[in-house]
Design a protein around this ligand. Structure first.
Ligand code: ZN
Ligand code: FE
Length: 240
């Protein structure tokens, strides 16, 4: 079975070490920087085999070079981003199922934040790594895509089983909750979730993972009824 170790990086990034307890092999998702990852790898005595990148932004690939050099790990990214994922070795396509050792995931191309953004859905483990597309109680800024692309990318998450754990790229949940609370005040599930989020942040604990079920109930961007409502919310959030 897979264990996910949450590693804080930079100011508010999360990188994730996915460890196969059976054979101590590991993948890292979105290594922002190498040092904190190396520390956990050495502490846990695991063998880093693969580096998975959701998109090319520096705070998601900053550790690629050093981790590849030090551990001989292979770097995995989206085929359309082969020229901007540093040191990429293995190129993936939309909807591809990828298996190696006991790591097994499906790739979804989810453009909007960047044109080549993907997520990794470990369907056997009920885990999705959503990068900067779906955040807990929020969604990524639209840098390279259209509102429509982002809307359809978020819709792909809505189709995953509700119990799926969501591991995203940043600890933005508390800030995001203020926006949700402003425009969705009477949502009881949201208000309950906000109390949990505050309590975790008060103790300096991550609010991640969330679940698809919680996000469907509480995340105002997933609750948007249509593209027009979604676009309006994204604009409001950009100026919030
Ligand atoms: Zn990003
Ligand atoms: Fe980021």
């Amino acid at each position: 079975s897979m264990e996910v170790e949450i590693i804080s990086c930079l100011k508010d990034n999360y990188s994730y070490l996915v460890i196969d307890k059976g054979n101590n092999s590991a993948c890292v998702v979105d290594p922002s920087e190498s040092e904190p990852i190396i520390e956990v790898i050495e502490k846990k005595k695991v063998n880093l085999k693969f580096i998975l990148n959701t998109h090319h932004h520096y705070d998601h690939v900053g550790g690629n070079e050093m981790l590849k050099k030090k551990f001989g790990a292979k770097i995995i990214g989206f085929k359309n981003d082969k020229n901007r994922i540093p040191f990429v070795d293995i190129l993936l396509e939309d909807n591809e199922i990828w298996k190696n050792l006991n790591f097994e995931f499906k790739v979804f191309h989810i453009p909007g934040h960047t044109s080549g953004h993907i997520c990794f859905y470990f369907y056997k483990d009920n885990i999705v790594f959503s990068g900067d597309t779906l955040f807990s109680l929020g969604c990524g800024r639209i840098f390279e895509g259209t509102y429509e692309q982002m809307y359809y990318s978020l819709n792909k998450f809505k189709e995953l089983p509700k119990e799926t754990k969501v591991y995203c790229g940043h600890e933005y949940t508390l800030q995001n909750s203020v926006f949700c609370a402003t425009y969705d005040k009477d949502n009881d599930e949201l208000n309950k979730k906000i109390l949990e989020v505050k309590s975790k942040r008060d103790r300096n604990l991550p609010t991640i993972p969330s679940t698809i079920g919680e996000e469907l109930a509480c995340n105002i961007f997933l609750r948007a009824k249509n593209l027009k409502d979604f676009s309006k919310l994204r604009d409001l959030k950009d100026n919030f």
